[in-house]
Design a protein around this ligand. Structure first.
Ligand SMILES: Cc1ncc(C[n+]2csc(CCOP(=O)(O)OP(=O)(O)O)c2C)c(N)n1
Ligand SMILES: CC(=O)[C@@H](O)[C@H](O)COP(=O)(O)O
Ligand SMILES: [Mg+2]
Length: 641
């Protein structure tokens, strides 16, 4: 039996309709209950604790003031949506967050009417809210749209594209800027400085209300607001006000996002008065109300299961270093050898491991904020200048910079090194974060070299190879989590471009692995060996250029060749098939099969369970190879009932 918090006000709330019946005092008590419930639930599941704790009061206030789900509340990234889930009929499943079969860690249209728009990649909320706004104005049965976006997420270009459009449209909609002066790491960039300057203006603790809004406020706040508006207006030179006002929004704020006596009247006033787009600047504390989160370096951004009393998080079971750490360390070794090596991250210094290089060579590591498109082209500019940039971005987020990869890098044949972390299925973050597509989208590009690491030692070789390769763009992918636990040298070797390697020689079937499912291929080979089947394992290393000699050799000497990759259809296997078909080699004696992720999104679970769902376990590999070779199972492979 777990220690559940005492939550009398929350217990009486089945949904937002109940919230709207509460007095303002009771709403503050409700917020306290929700905070306790979120801490307790996340201690059992792990997840995005800090961001969720920071918006507890804001979530209560938004549901109290707006008519959700008719009004569309759209959470940017939506990693802060746990209080929203607790309050919108999902409290009974909140302890299944991010678990197999449980609630998603993000908003999801299929999960609830209160989730009008799914998210997990940042900076989409204002665009989606504007879309709903147009729908409303064209007669769709929907109310107001409210986008809640963080100070980190509002640094991305897409948010400005949306505000530019929304300001031009001039329609009534709401953007809540949730400013906690934090991204995953402390935010970088001029926009972040600008937001801080709004706090620190001579207004002191006064709030600026868009003209006309203050008359709806209670007395003391109204007087404050009116004075603030006069002050701010008086301070302006040239333009009409804040950056947001220049873009066509009415700006309100900054206000204290943990103080219901500020949040409620301001939101009510905005809801009553707004005729065009309004931006309400709300200041919050990431991790608010839970000391271990508030005081940790990332403010409890993403936590494992933890002990509520102490805040101590559960440790990973494996002792092997993570691929991310191996990458970061290998990059640092290369950076030590070559002063032209620089690294770029888009707001994920620790997630990508470039923080390891930053500790030694801070001036050569660039955190550009959530700005993958810019990160790619920025790296392109550095490459064109003669530097050797490593652009370290998760597979799923590199999708956002794809045109830049095509147009700015590959087309110009610029030697940018793409370090693609979180390749393959990632676990609890689920399908939004799966790195499923990069093999196909990178290998499709002329000039691009595409590698995948079979294990952590291979990753070291690929980092060194990429550092040494100046002929054009080169990418290498590797998964989330720990390596297989190999002894690692100080530095990797340069490997030959376009050459794979034989890991184990056999004569019946060949497993041609591309990437970290190499270990699963080894298990499959052992299972088949137990059946008396002789198995070759080859590590392709390259999807582009393909090792055509190696593939033909495998074809000549085996009854079946099975390609295996942690990626979607259209990736490595497709490259192999294409190559063989065009040489008329698919009609011979050797059967060829490709094993990829299936053509559907895989729901969150532990990575191994996700791969099982995808049909990519060792047992699946062995069964596919045996069947293709026309070999019969003498008995069930090890591990199968
Ligand atoms: C396109 C994209 N890039 C990177 C990320 C990874 N990411 C998730 S949350 C986050 C920080 C967001 O900061 P902010 O919007 O201020 O929200 P907070 O966590 O502070 O509440 C980042 C970088 C992402 N989800 N989407
Ligand atoms: C919400 C988001 O996009 C990130 O916080 C992400 O969940 C981090 O994933 P990793 O834990 O794999 O770094
Ligand atoms: Mg933030």
């Amino acid at each position: 039996m777990t220690n559940r918090p005492h939550t009398p006000v929350l217990d009486a709330v089945a949904g937002p309709a109940d919230i709207r019946r509460l007095s303002d005092d009771a709403l503050a008590s409700l917020a306290a209950d929700v905070r306790a419930e979120v801490i307790s639930a996340v201690s059992e599941t792990g997840g995005h604790l800090g961001s969720s704790l920071g918006v507890v009061e804001l979530t209560v206030a938004l549901h109290a003031v707006f008519d959700t789900p008719r009004d569309k509340l759209i959470w940017d990234v939506s990693h802060q949506c746990y209080p929203h889930k607790v309050l919108t009929g999902r409290r009974d499943r909140i302890r299944t967050l991010r678990q197999e079969g449980g609630l998603s860690g993000f908003t999801k249209r299929a999960e609830s009417d209160f989730d009008p728009f799914g998210a997990a990649h940042s900076s989409t909320s204002i665009s989606a809210a504007l879309g709903f706004t147009i729908g409303r104005d064209m007669g769709r049965p929907t109310g107001d749209a409210i986008a809640v976006i963080g100070d980190g997420s509002i640094s991305a270009g897409m948010a400005y594209e949306a505000m530019n459009n929304a300001g031009h449209e001039g329609r009534r909609m709401f953007v809540i800027l949730n400013d906690n002066e934090m991204s995953i790491a402390p935010p970088t960039g001029a926009m972040s400085k600008y937001l801080s300057s709004l706090y620190a203006s001579p207004m002191g603790d006064l709030h600026k209300m868009a003209e006309g809004f203050e008359s709806a406020l209670p007395g003391p706040i109204r007087d404050h607001a009116r004075r603030a508006r006069q002050l701010v207006t008086g301070m302006q030179t040239g333009g009409s006000g804040t950056l947001f006002e220049e873009l066509g929004f009415s700006y309100v704020g900054p206000i204290d996002g943990h103080d219901m006596s500020q949040l409620l009247p301001v939101l009510r006033s905005a809801r009553t008065r707004a005729t065009g787009p309004v931006l309400i600047h709300v200041c919050t504390t990431k991790g608010k109300g839970y000391a271990p989160a508030e005081h940790s370096a990332d403010c409890g951004h993403g936590v494992a299961k933890f002990d509520v009393q102490t805040g101590t998080q559960a440790k990973a079971k494996s002792n092997a270093p993570s691929y991310t750490k191996v990458f970061g360390s290998a990059l640092t070794v290369e950076a030590q050898q070559d002063p032209n090596i620089v690294a770029v991250t888009a707001a994920m210094p620790s997630g990508t491991g470039v923080n390891i290089m930053e500790e030694r060579f801070a001036s050569r590591v660039f955190d550009v904020g959530i700005a993958e498109q810019h990160a790619v082209t920025f790296a392109g500019g550095m490459a064109a200048s003669g530097l050797r940039p490593f652009c370290a971005i998760y597979s799923t987020f590199l999708q956002r910079g794809y045109d830049q990869v095509v147009h700015d890098i590959a087309l110009q044949n610029l030697p940018v090194r793409f370090a693609i972390d979180r390749a393959g299925l990632v676990g609890a973050d689920g399908p939004t974060h799966a790195g499923s597509f990069d093999i196909g989208y990178m290998a499709a590009l002329p000039n691009m070299v595409v590698m995948a690491a079979g294990n952590e030692l291979e990753l070291m070789h690929m980092v060194r190879t990429a550092a040494a390769y100046d002929d054009g763009p080169i990418a290498f992918r590797y998964p989330r989590g720990e390596g297989v636990g190999l002894d690692l040298p100080e530095r990797g070797n340069v490997i030959e471009i376009g050459k794979g390697r034989i890991v184990q020689e056999g004569s019946d079937v060949a497993l041609l692995s591309f990437g970290a499912h190499l270990s699963e291929c080894q298990i499959a080979a052992d299972q088949m060996a137990a059946q008396g089947v002789s198995v070759t394992i080859a590590d392709a290393r390259f999807a582009k250029p393909l090792d055509r000699d190696l593939i033909r050799q495998l074809l000549r000497h085996h009854k079946a060749v099975v390609t295996v990759e942690q990626g979607a259809r259209g990736g490595f296997g497709a490259m192999v098939l294409h190559d063989l078909a065009n040489d008329g080699l698919l009609d011979g004696r050797c059967q060829v099969r490709t094993m990829t992720l299936p053509d559907r999104y895989i729901d969150q679970a532990a990575p191994a369970a996700m791969y099982a769902d995808a049909g990519l376990t060792a047992v699946d590999i062995a069964a596919t190879a045996m069947q293709a070779a026309g070999l019969k199972l003498k008995r069930s492979p090890v591990g199968v009932a």
